[in-house]
Design a protein. Structure first.
Length: 653
C-alpha cells in the first residue's frame, strides 16, 4: 500500500492514542451491539426526502440506564462525491434487565468537526418495518473522554428486555476527502485520500459488523490490506468482524481517483421576496470554487477544447440545479451580463437547469454568478388563522454542492408584522429592512444564516407573519395619486402664462441686449468686407508683377478707396447706435480698438500699394522695392492679425 500523506498519518496516530485511553477507561461492557453494517451507497440518499429534522442540541450528563445493548451493524460509506455519506444500519438488542430509552452514538472529535448532518430512523421488532424519525441530541455521558463526541438517539418508547430495535443512522461529512497530491497538472486525474475505521466506533460491544465503501469508479491507487478486504468493481468491502469490544478501532486508508465536481460555495446569499400580487421571486448569488487538487502549471485552452475529458479530467464545467416544478422567468448571469451557456429542461415532473460557467473550473479556481426565477405565490404561501405561512426549501437547488456560508433572506411585503421562523435545524436569525420602489417604511426582512450547508439541508422551513389586505391598496393608491398630481400639474402649466412681462426691467434689458448683438453682427460683417477689399488690393499687386499692367493696378486701388468710403458710411450709424446703448459697455472698447486698427491697416495698405506702383513705373530694381516696403509689410501683417483676433472675440460675445 502506498504511504499515506503526513497529515493523515498524524491524525491516525492521534486517534489511536485516544482510543487506547478510551478502551482502558470505559466501563460500558454491559452495552452490546449485535450487528452493524456500514456502506456507502447513493440509494441511501432517499432518507433525506423523508423530512427528518436536526433538532436542538441540549447536553445530557448520563445515560440514565444500566441496560445492556447488543449491536449488529452494517456500515455503508459513499465516496462517489466530495460529500461523504455514511449509513449505519444497526440491529440493537436489549439483553439487560432494564428498559433502554436512548442509544449512544460516538465519533472522534477530528471526525465530528466535519459532521454536517446526522439523522436517525428506528423501528422496533424482529422484522424491519417502516421507520420513524428519532430525535438526536448531543450528550456528554459521565466519565466519557473529552476526545470523543457523543450523540443520543432518543427512542419514542423504551426498548424492553429482549426486544430488538432496527436503527438507521445517516451521517454526512464534509472536507473528509483530501486531495493527494495537492497539486496536479491539467492532464492529470485527481486522486484523493479517505481515512476511517473498519470497525464501527461504538460504546457497546458489537457481535457482527460489515463495512462497504462505494468508490466513484476508475483507478484505486491503494487501500489498507486486511484478510477480510475485498475490492470488487467500485466497491471495497471489509468484514465481517465478529465479537468486537466497545470502541474497537481498525484504521483504513483508501487512495483513489475521484474526478467528480468538488463544488464548494464560499458564500451563497439566497433572497426570497414575496409579492402578494401573485409571485415569489428567488434570487441566489453564488461564489463557487473548485475544492479539489489545485492546478499546477499553465492552462491550455487549445488542449482543453480538443480533448476536454483528457486534458481537463479533474475540472468541472457545469452544475445541475433542480428547480421547483412551476418555476418561471429563469435567468443566469454574472457581472458581465447574461450567460447563454445554460440549458433548461422542464416537464410535468421537474424543472432542471444546467449551469455552465464562462470557463471550466480547475482546483482552486473560482467564479461568481447569479441565478433567479419566479414561483407562483399560491404554491408556497398559505393563509390560516389570521396569519400567512411561507413554506419553502432552505438550501440551494444545486446538486452535490457544499455551502460554507448560506444566508437566506425572506423579504416580506411592506406592512407585515409578528414574524416567526420555524426551521428544521439551528440557524442564526435576525431581522433587517429593505427599501424598494414605492416603499415608505420599508419591507421587513427575516435573515437566517447557517454554515456547512449540504443537499440534506434542503428541507422545508416556515416563516409566519400577519398582513392586512388593506395594505395591498397602498401602492395602487400611491400610483393613482401620483398620476393625478402629474395631470393637474400639466393642466396648470398649459393654462398659465409663463412669459416675462414686456414692461419688466429684465425683459427690456433682454431686448436691448438683443439689439446690441444684432448691431455687433452687422459691424462684424462690414469689417469682414473691408478685409475682402484688402485681399483684392493684394491680388492687384500680384497681377502687376505678372502682367505689368500699371493702369489696371491703379484702377483697382481707386475702386478699393471708393469701397472703403462706402463701408465707412454704413459703419457710422451702427457705431452711433452701439455707443448709445447701455448694454454695450463691455463690447464698445473692443469695437473702438477694432476701428482704429482697421483704419491704420487701410492707410498702410494704400501707402504700400502706391509705393510699389510708383517704383514699377520708375523701373526700380526689385530688391530696392522690397527694402523700401519691408517695414510696412511687417506692420500690415501685425495689424491684420490683431483685427482678426478682435473680430473673433466680438463674434463670441
Amino acid at each position: 500500500m502506498a504511504t499515506p500523506p503526513p497529515p493523515l498519518r498524524r491524525a491516525t496516530l492521534l486517534l489511536l492514542a485516544v482510543l487506547v485511553g478510551v478502551l482502558a477507561s470505559t466501563a460500558r461492557a454491559d452495552l452490546v451491539i449485535s450487528k452493524a453494517d456500514r456502506r456507502v451507497s447513493t440509494v441511501l440518499l432517499a432518507l433525506q426526502i423523508s423530512g427528518a429534522q436536526l433538532p436542538s442540541l441540549p447536553r445530557l450528563n448520563a445515560l440514565g440506564s444500566n441496560a445492556a445493548l447488543v449491536l449488529f451493524l452494517s456500515l455503508q460509506v459513499d465516496l462517489t462525491s466530495h460529500i461523504v455519506r455514511v449509513l449505519a444500519s444497526l440491529k440493537v438488542e436489549n439483553v439487560g434487565p432494564d428498559p433502554v430509552s436512548q442509544v449512544l452514538l460516538s465519533f472522534p472529535n477530528i471526525q465530528a468537526k466535519n459532521l454536517a448532518a446526522i439523522r436517525a430512523f428506528g423501528t422496533e421488532g424482529k422484522v424491519k418495518g417502516p421507520s420513524t424519525v428519532l430525535p438526536i441530541e448531543v450528550v456528554q455521558p459521565s466519565g466519557a473522554p473529552p476526545e470523543l463526541t457523543f450523540f443520543s438517539a432518543l427512542l419514542h418508547k423504551p426498548l424492553e428486555k429482549g426486544k430488538i430495535l432496527h436503527l438507521d443512522v445517516l451521517t454526512v461529512f464534509t472536507h473528509s476527502l483530501q486531495p493527494f497530491p495537492e497539486e496536479i497538472t491539467q492532464a492529470e486525474a485527481q486522486l484523493v485520500v479517505y481515512q476511517d475505521s473498519a470497525h464501527y466506533l461504538s460504546p457497546y460491544p458489537v457481535k457482527s459488523q460489515t463495512l462497504a465503501i462505494r468508490l466513484p469508479g476508475g483507478r484505486v491507487e491503494s487501500y489498507t490490506r486486511h484478510p477480510t478486504a475485498k475490492l470488487v468493481d467500485s466497491e471495497l468491502k471489509y468484514g465481517s468482524f465478529e465479537d468486537l469490544p466497545p470502541f474497537s478501532y481498525l484504521p483504513v486508508i483508501v487512495h483513489f481517483e475521484n474526478n467528480n465536481p468538488f463544488a464548494v460555495a464560499k458564500e451563497v446569499i439566497r433572497e426570497i421576496e414575496i409579492s402578494h400580487w401573485g409571485n415569489v421571486q428567488i434570487t441566489e448569488h453564488y461564489k463557487i470554487t473548485h475544492g479539489g487538487a489545485r492546478l499546477k502549471g499553465e492552462f491550455s485552452r487549445i488542449d482543453y477544447q480538443s480533448r476536454p475529458y483528457v486534458r481537463g479530467v479533474s475540472s468541472f464545467r457545469n452544475l445541475i440545479a433542480r428547480l421547483p416544478l412551476r418555476a418561471h422567468s429563469i435567468y443566469y448571469r454574472d457581472e458581465i451580463g447574461n450567460i447563454s451557456t445554460s440549458h433548461l429542461w422542464s416537464d410535468s415532473k421537474k424543472t432542471q437547469l444546467e449551469i455552465e460557467p464562462r470557463f471550466p473550473l480547475f482546483g482552486g479556481w473560482q467564479t461568481t454568478f447569479t441565478v433567479g426565477y419566479g414561483l407562483p405565490l399560491q404554491d408556497f404561501v398559505f393563509y390560516s388563522d389570521g396569519k400567512r405561512f411561507l413554506n419553502i426549501t432552505f438550501g440551494s437547488p444545486m446538486e452535490e454542492i457544499l455551502i460554507e456560508e448560506l444566508i437566506v433572506k425572506v423579504v416580506l411585503p411592506e406592512g407585515s408584522k409578528d414574524m416567526e421562523v420555524s426551521a428544521p435545524f439551528p440557524t442564526k436569525q435576525w431581522q433587517e429592512v429593505k427599501y424598494s420602489h414605492l416603499d415608505i417604511v420599508g419591507r421587513p426582512v427575516v435573515v437566517l444564516e447557517k454554515p456547512d450547508v449540504i443537499p440534506e439541508h434542503n428541507l422545508y422551513f416556515q416563516v409566519s407573519y400577519k398582513f392586512n389586505n388593506i395594505s395591498l391598496l397602498r401602492e395602487p393608491l400611491m400610483l393613482i395619486a401620483g398620476f393625478f398630481l402629474l395631470f393637474v400639474a400639466c393642466i396648470v402649466y398649459m393654462h398659465t402664462d409663463m412669459s416675462i412681462s414686456k414692461s419688466s426691467p429684465s425683459y427690456l434689458s433682454k431686448l436691448q441686449w438683443d439689439e446690441v448683438q444684432a448691431t455687433v453682427q452687422k459691424i462684424q460683417g462690414i469689417f469682414e468686407q473691408c478685409l475682402a477689399v484688402h485681399d483684392k488690393l493684394e491680388a492687384s499687386l500680384r497681377d502687376l508683377s505678372r502682367t505689368g499692367d500699371i493702369q489696371s493696378c491703379k484702377a483697382a486701388r481707386k475702386a478699393a478707396d471708393a469701397q472703403f468710403k462706402e463701408l465707412s458710411k454704413e459703419l457710422k450709424p451702427l457705431l452711433t447706435s452701439l455707443q448709445s446703448s447701455p448694454q454695450s459697455y463691455q463690447i464698445w472698447p473692443k469695437v473702438e480698438d477694432l476701428i482704429t486698427k482697421e483704419r491704420e491697416m487701410q492707410e498702410k495698405l494704400m501707402t504700400r500699394h502706391s509705393t510699389i506702383v510708383d517704383s514699377f513705373e520708375r523701373k526700380l530694381r526689385g530688391q530696392d522695392v522690397e527694402n523700401k516696403i519691408a517695414l510696412q509689410q511687417q506692420k500690415i501683417a501685425a495689424l491684420r492679425q490683431e483685427v482678426e483676433s478682435l473680430l473673433e472675440y466680438i463674434s463670441e460675445i
